[in-house]
Design a protein around this ligand. Structure first.
Ligand code: R2B
Ligand code: URA
Length: 288
């Protein structure tokens, strides 16, 4: 499979556990996962997380708490009488994290810097916990390009605002670029789960990932706007012709960092609106 890195022995141990590509970590007496309020010295990470199979991330703490309860109902997971799910990362005051059996549900905040910091720490968490073959998902919201609100979009590629298929980061003042690749087999598997009876469409396509919600996504309704409506429409029509089906703000880092770690990952987003028809997101479309 051309784009399937999950079987790549250079990034995983033969038993499927996550290998860290950073030799510094093993040399430290403990590793503090600061933004998760966890650490390899302070917590038994194998005991707490060793059975994880799926790591689901989405923007907001409330939605990921709700998602954890949905998973709980789905897999028939029971909590001790009178207890509720605990936010494991509560005292980080940054991200929230819930665990339901083999599923972790974590909020990633908005944008590449936020999801990037989280991915560094969650990938290290998988390594410390000796997790085997985890699959990472981002379940998020997006703007559709030619799709009505309520459409489910599975990303088969991620590109930046200039349609480049790489995640670019300044490291020691120099630009480094990492390929942003998804596991094509996982994309097909997820698409196969769509039911023709579903009251919404499920499609696959190229996702544009931007560094801003307003100007960066060609919106006319930010605090600033130095382009015309015609300029905006020309841009959106161009990216539509290039195969872009939706725009959001995390997929590039998500694809690139999981690919780099040899972790299978997918991004599945619901459209809140069709950007070819407008800019403003109606509150009814976005509940938490
Ligand atoms: C989708 O929604 C957020 C912006 O409203 C951002 O996190 C994203 O990717
Ligand atoms: N999230 C985005 O990044 N863009 C949208 O248009 C809607 C949600």
């Amino acid at each position: 499979e051309e784009d399937c890195v999950a079987g790549d022995e250079t990034v995983r141990y033969p038993d499927g556990s996550v290998r860290l590509r950073n030799p510094n970590i093993e040399l430290m007496d403990q590793d503090i996962l600061y933004h998760l309020a966890l650490g390899s010295g302070s917590h038994d990470l194998v005991e707490m997380f060793g059975d994880v199979k799926f790591v689901c991330m989405g923007g907001t703490p409330k939605r990921m708490e709700q998602f954890a309860y949905n998973i709980m109902a789905e897999i028939g997971h029971k909590l001790p009488c009178g207890t509720t799910l605990q936010d494991i990362s509560q005292f980080s005051y940054r991200y929230s994290m819930y665990k339901v059996g083999p599923v972790l549900s974590i909020s990633h905040g908005m944008g590449i810097p936020s999801v990037g910091i989280l991915l560094h720490e969650v990938i290290k968490l998988m390594y410390h916990a000796k997790v085997h073959d985890p699959v990472f998902f981002r379940i998020g919201t997006c703007g559709g390009i030619g799709y009505e609100g309520g459409t489910v979009i599975i990303s088969d590629d991620a590109v930046d605002g200039a349609l480049r298929n790489v995640f670019e980061l300044l490291v020691l003042g120099k630009s480094i670029q990492r390929p942003a690749k998804f596991d094509k087999r996982l994309v097909r598997e997820l698409k196969g789960l769509a039911d023709p009876e579903d009251p919404y469409d499920t499609v696959t396509g190229k996702t544009m990932c931007t560094y801003d919600f307003y100007e960066g996504q060609g919106r006319l309704d930010g605090a600033f706007c130095d382009f015309t409506e015609a300029d905006k429409m020309e841009y959106l029509e161009n990216i539509y012709k290039a195969g872009v089906v939706n725009i959001e703000m995390e997929s590039l880092a998500f694809a690139a960092l999981t690919h780099q770690a040899g972790i299978k990952a997918a991004v599945v987003c619901v459209t809140l609106l069709d950007r070819l028809k407008g800019d403003q997101v109606n509150h009814d479309n976005q509940r938490c």
